[in-house]
Write a protein that binds this ligand. Structure first.
Ligand code: CAA
Length: 268
């Protein structure tokens, strides 16, 4: 009991959340700089809870996830996992906390600088878009420590890069530079390290100015493209499109176009 009380008294938050309600943007910073933001259980639980809360906050329309200049995240916490057995891993089921990231309805942009390795690369790929600094390095080096990707790497990297390149990355564990990642279509943009946050905020603001209902339904439809056959995906997209016609934002957006003025979206 005493141990739990002491632990909660001295528990340091492993993420930092900042809301910019005026711009409708929230920023989540991974905050374990001494461990290169290694993703331990506590950090992932905090991230899950923060994403859940921000997803329900009407004042937030776009979420940015970032680390620091040296590391977005260097993977799952090797020290925390090293002594575990299969049964422990199954019981803890640490990747179940990751399901919330995928479930996040609002657009989620990763701002990546430095290492995005293993779970860090998987975390960035689970986001909807990636803005990378020139120093960003992506990789799935799990093979070098006797395991393999476990939080989506074999699936998402293969979808992003194609089988040949993903296979090479996963089987050799080699890192990919930001430039290479851009050419391969893994990231949206690469900019100098000094401005990667600025560029991410610019993109977030651009999206936050749209109807939040439309962005949520459009994101959902784009994600379906990876999961279902074309016919089903087209049907899903059409339903979301029709659904938006019961929103005030659709009326406002189209009326503003006709009146040649900027729309004022309310998320209604
Ligand atoms: N887990 C735990 N601690 C980590 C870590 C990780 N994934 N990555 C870095 N650290 C710690 C280091 O142990 C070190 O701590 P100490 O100062 O206490 O020794 C500190 O962060 C700084 O790291 P380095 O001294 O190693 O820094 P470097 O600049 O020399 O090297 C690096 C950087 C190449 C990223 C190197 O740290 C590294 O190879 N890290 C591990 C990368 C990796 O294998 N990731 C995959 C993890 S498994 C996984 O993610 C499974 C999954 O699918 C989810």
């Amino acid at each position: 009991m005493l141990e739990i009380i002491l632990k909660s008294l001295f528990m340091i938050n492993m993420i930092k959340v900042t809301n910019n309600y005026q711009e409708h943007i929230a920023l989540i910073e991974l905050n374990r700089p001494n461990e290169l933001n290694a993703l331990n259980l506590q950090l992932m639980q905090e991230l899950r809870d923060a994403l859940k809360a921000l997803d329900q906050d009407d004042a937030v329309r776009v979420i940015i996830l970032t680390g620091n200049k040296k590391a977005f995240a260097a993977g799952a916490d090797i020290k925390e996992m090293s002594g575990k057995k299969s049964v422990d891993m199954l019981k803890i089921d640490q990747f179940s906390t990751w399901d919330q990231i995928k479930k996040t309805k609002k657009p989620l942009i990763a701002a990546v600088s430095g290492f995005a390795l293993g779970g860090g690369c998987e975390l960035a790929m689970t986001c909807d878009m990636i803005i990378a600094s020139e120093s960003a390095m992506f990789g799935q080096p799990e093979i070098k420590i006797g395991v393999m990707p476990g939080a989506g790497g074999t699936q998402r990297l293969t979808r992003a890069l194609g089988k040949a390149r993903a296979m090479e990355m996963v089987l050799t564990g080699r890192f990919m530079t930001a430039k290479e990642a851009l050419e391969a279509g893994l990231v949206n943009k690469v900019v100098p390290e000094e401005i990667y946050m600025q560029e991410t905020v610019r993109l977030a603001k651009e999206i936050a100015a749209m109807s939040p209902l439309a962005t949520v339904l459009a994101k959902e439809a784009v994600n379906r493209a990876h999961e279902v056959h074309l016919e089903e995906g087209l049907h899903f997209e059409r339903k979301n499109f029709y659904l938006l016609f019961s929103s005030e934002d659709q009326k406002e957006g189209m009326q503003a176009f006709i009146e040649k003025r900027k729309p004022r979206f309310k998320g209604k």
